[in-house]
Design a protein. Structure first.
Ligand code: KMH
Ligand code: ZN
Length: 277
């Protein structure tokens, strides 16, 4: 596997539409973004949705409509966030799986998250993991701190491999409260990933100004990339991000320079154990 899986995380739950007008929050905006990012090299879309007031929501009807619209309009792997916003109750986060995504995120521990707490109790993690196993939904294990890789090792040891049999983690670096977005921290994670099942893959994203160091470190360590306005709203010092497409284009350019060009959604499915469409 020499190519790069590029995930776009276009919206998230934290950025305010009032402050960042380019943030895609309606279904139309999301679908248009998805199509354009696919054309630029993205193969996965990590989805958070918003309500009519552009506030984060886990409304089941909207989630289902979003999955259907993205599948209809693109070939991207649709990965729903089970993380939601820090205020979302566990029951609503589990119910995200009812919307029938191909993939969903599954965070490996509690972490301070700016002024909030992103709560992920062990029992909740086990429930998410086993429900995904039962339903054939492929998890992306979200890692905010080094020790969460050990939690993942414990989870797999006690409860078995995920649907599809392949383990894929995403290092979310530079969250205030989590690990820093540095080459040293990424290298420590890469070392710990070697203790996970053979063939485990990883992607990485750096929040805010750590986006470029993390992207370069991940490419050099054989990792994949996640970019998007969920994680980064400043393109360069004093220059706001214009669109998710701008971030995907930059990631695809770096991947090309690293001689690890973006892979297609079909190739990403085969790498990650997601059934072909
Ligand atoms: N919005 C964060 C509290 C995920 O999508 O799984 C959690 C998050 C992780 O974004
Ligand atoms: Zn997310």
């Amino acid at each position: 596997m020499t190519g790069t899986v590029i995930t776009v995380a276009p919206t998230g739950a934290e950025v305010s539409k009032a402050e960042v007008a380019a943030l895609p929050v309606t279904l139309d905006e999301l679908v248009r973004t998805a199509k354009e990012c696919e054309a630029l090299g993205a193969s996965i879309i990590h989805v958070h949705i918003r309500d009519d007031r552009a506030e984060p929501t886990l409304d089941q009807g909207r989630l289902r409509a979003t999955v259907a619209a993205l599948r209809e309009s693109t070939d991207l792997i649709v990965q729903l966030s089970s993380g939601g916003a820090v205020t979302d109750p566990e029951a609503d986060r589990l119910a995200v799986l009812d919307a029938g995504p191909e993939m969903a995120s599954c965070t490996m521990g509690t972490v301070n998250f700016g002024d909030g707490v992103f709560l992920n109790r062990w029992e909740f993690i086990v429930e998410l993991h086993t429900r995904m196993q039962e339903r054939g939904i492929v998890p992306e294990y979200e890692i905010f701190d080094l020790g969460q890789l050990t939690t993942l090792q414990r989870l797999l040891g006690k409860h078995g491999l995920p649907a599809g049999g392949h383990v894929h983690v995403d290092l979310v670096m530079g969250v205030p409260g989590g690990m820093p977005g540095t080459t040293a921290a990424l290298a420590a994670c890469e070392q710990a990933i070697r203790d996970l099942p053979a063939g485990t893959t990883f992607s990485a994203t750096g929040i805010g100004r750590s986006t470029i160091p993390v992207m370069l470190a991940s490419l050099s360590a054989g990792g994949h990339l996640r970019v998007g306005m969920e994680d980064t709203i400043t393109y360069a010092k004093g220059q706001p991000v214009e669109s998710n497409m701008q971030l995907v284009a930059r990631a695809a350019g770096f991947a090309q320079l690293a001689q690890r060009p973006p892979v297609t959604p079909a190739d990403a499915r085969s790498l990650l154990g997601v059934p072909a469409r």
